[in-house]
Structures are given as C-alpha cells and as structure tokens.
Ligand binder design. Structure first.
Ligand code: SF4
Ligand code: SF4
Length: 260
C-alpha cells in the first residue's frame, strides 16, 4: 500500500458506458464493506454523494472516450491519480460503441436522432489507453467481481494483480465441459478469448461471445479457418468478431480480413 497519512483514496470514474462494470463493484456486497473499510471512497457517484476533491491513490475508470469533453476529462483524472486501472470492455477496447469506428458517424446520428445537430460527439470510441498511461487493464463485459477484488487487494498490498491470461478453452477443460464446437459444431470464440467469466456460455451449451476480449497472442486466423469449415460465410465471420471488443486489435484485424 502506498505510504500516506490517510487511507488510500479510491475514485471511480465513468465515461461512455452502461455502468455495468461499476455495478460489479457494488455487487461485491460483503467484500465491498471490507473494501470500504480499507479505502476512503473519495469519488464514486453511483454509490455515494460525497466527493472528496484532490488526488486519488487508486482510480478505477469505466467507459470509453467518445466526446471532446471526455478526452479532456480523462487527462485531468490521470493527473490526479497515482494508480489508474481501466475496467471493462468499454474502457479497455472502446466497447460495443466502437462499432461506430467502422462506419460513418453521421449515418448513425441521422438514423437515431430527430435533431442530430444537437449531438456533439467524436467519430470514434476509443479505449482509455489511447489517451493516457494506464497502470492495469481489467477486461470483461462486465468485469468479474472476483478479478476486481484481486485488483483492489493487490493495490492495497502494493503488488501486481494476478489475473489469468489463458483462453476460455482452458477454463472449459478445468470445468469438464463438453466442447460445443467439437460436439455439435457451434461457433465459439473461446479459443481466442481471455479467461474471466469461468466459461459461462459454454457451460450452458452455447458458444463464447468474446466478452473478455482477446487473450494474449490469439490465433484468430486459425479459428476463422475452423469457422469457415463450420459453414460461416465471410460476412458472418466479420460480425462474429465485432461485438463488445470489436476495436481490440486482434479482433479488429481479423474482422477486417473478412471485409471484402
Ligand atoms: S464493459 Fe460492458 S458492462 Fe462494462 S460498462 Fe461497458 S458495456 Fe457496460
Ligand atoms: S466450448 Fe468453446 S471455449 Fe469451450 S473448449 Fe470448446 S471452443 Fe473452447
């Protein structure tokens, strides 16, 4: 834990997001009380009205950058944060809203809003790490509360968080799941997706949707070959990679290979 004369100050910041990752922190229930005892919750609008201004020992940042105002605000958050951790697919990869990055933002604005002239937005949704230095990225849509508690606890003890970097497939094997792709040809992103959900979808006989983003060194090209053998055409393969982590490099690059 950093040497200070007060409890470590925690700030929880929201950018473009659905709040689901902040809810994972509130969902910690009993553990949240222990966290609240170990830190001073200095800024967390979803949980408390109190706002202690100044600097923060740990900032958890949810959401992506989609407006010029937020691009400035994240610089201020970084300046005031000793350690900055991004939480969730929006903050680490741009989120589902990064689908705009593949299209013309004006087309979306005119299709969705009666008065698009009132909307001030950037043409892209980008991860926090594109704008400021990030000390640790916690993936998932939403994040795992177990992994979140590990990150907070590692920070309090002054060590690096330990979160697995293997694929969902390994979790499947550890749980003794029957592989949905092998057993009945269901497309599954598990081989290229970061662990974190405890293989939730394959455990219910469904393919993985890639909520936790790309694992380290994913072989997406090999998976695409298998998807091809399963009968997915290029347009279906493109859409397969373009969900919550569409703008994460390995998924973006693989989806673009199927664009033509
Ligand atoms: S990563 Fe998913 S759950 Fe978290 S804020 Fe973004 S959309 Fe919501
Ligand atoms: S079901 Fe999906 S995640 Fe599980 S082993 Fe098969 S390919 Fe991997």
């Amino acid at each position: 834990m950093p040497a200070t004369d007060h409890k470590p100050r925690l700030g929880v910041w929201k950018f473009a997001s659905c709040d689901g990752c902040q809810l994972s922190l509130l969902d910690c229930e009993d553990e949240l009380l222990r966290v609240a005892d170990a830190v001073e919750i200095a800024y967390f609008p979803e949980a408390t009205r109190s706002h202690i201004r100044g600097t923060y020992d740990l900032s958890l940042v949810e959401g992506s950058i989609t407006t010029a105002h937020d691009a400035e605000r994240i610089q201020e958050v970084r300046r005031r944060s000793r350690t900055l951790v991004t939480i969730g697919a929006c903050a680490t990869a741009g989120g589902i809203q990064a689908l705009r990055n593949f299209a013309d933002i004006d087309d979306f604005l005119t299709a969705v809003y009666a008065h698009p002239e009132y909307i001030e937005t950037l043409s892209t949704s980008t991860p926090i790490s594109d704008h400021v230095a990030v000390d640790f990225e916690l993936r998932g849509c939403p994040i795992s509360k177990t992994q979140l508690l590990e990150v907070v606890s590692a920070f309090l003890r002054g060590r690096r968080p330990v979160t697995p970097a293997h694929s969902v497939c390994l979790d499947c094997k550890l749980k003794g799941n029957v592989c949905v792709t092998v057993a009945h040809g269901t497309p599954c992103l598990g081989p290229v997706t970061h662990s974190g959900c405890d293989a939730l979808c394959p455990s219910y006989n469904r393919g993985c949707y890639g909520c936790y983003g790309p694992k380290e060194n994913p072989n997406a090209a090999a998976l695409s070959e298998r998807l091809d053998q399963l009968g997915m055409n290029p347009s279906e393969r493109l859409r397969f990679y373009r969900t919550f982590n569409a703008w994460a490099d390995p998924f973006r690059e693989e989806s673009e290979r199927h664009e033509s």
